[in-house]
Design a protein around this ligand. Sequence first.
Ligand code: ADP
Ligand code: AMP
Length: 213
Amino acid sequence: MKIIMLGAPGAGKGTQADRIAAKHGIPHIATGDIFRSNIKEGTELGQQAKKYMDQGLLVPDEVTINMVLDRIQKDDCKDGYVLDGFPRTIPQAESLGKALQERGQKIDFALNVDVPDENIVKRMGGRRACINCGATYHTQFAPPKKDGICDKCGSELVLRDDDKPETVQKRLSVYHEQTKPLIGYYEQIGILATVDGTQEMDQVFNSIETILG
Ligand code: ADP
Ligand code: AMP
């Protein structure tokens, strides 16, 4: 099963993609996580991406598309994957569609996690990420067992630089301009399904499972 997660930054795409991946035994591929691990490792890709991420802007399509097309060729993707944070522009969606078509494949579901902007600001202000493994928490909605410490690896939890309020506003406006049009794009293709992302995490997951069948 090949799944795309759509939705604003902070809508809960990563949270749900993790659950889908675990339940269906497919990899969770998050472009934001790939960029962040490249930044941590100091690679050239990381240095390039950081300039854009720090400003709340999208990393250029040429960089992002090749990175994802390479990743989904890997062996662990043969039974499917859940893409989180990609595509984020129409050219990214078109390149993905074309690459899959050439291999006789297609995306099965584009899941739109729908959350209004007012809720997003609250979600992102409370999001905390592990500096080591990238696991995500929320100070109010998904707190770690021990304040400021990752349940999974015991490392420190921090507010991501791009989750600071000034950058969140920029990311939201980039979402509305460049990413939201993908909802209409996938609706036209006939694979769009929208879930109410303002529900509790377990309920959002139940709605998704009903769609995936
Ligand atoms: P995205 O991957 O779309 O950027 P995340 O999955 O990281 O979003 O979620 C953003 C923040 O909101 C995280 O701190 C997460 O714990 C929290 N969150 C996710 N889903 C919900 C939900 N249904 N209700 C409340 N908080 C949520
Ligand atoms: P995320 O973790 O999905 O919120 O992504 C964090 C940041 O990484 C974004 O604000 C962008 O700067 C960059 N990014 C992630 N995915 C993409 C993508 N598909 N296209 C361009 N930039 C991306």
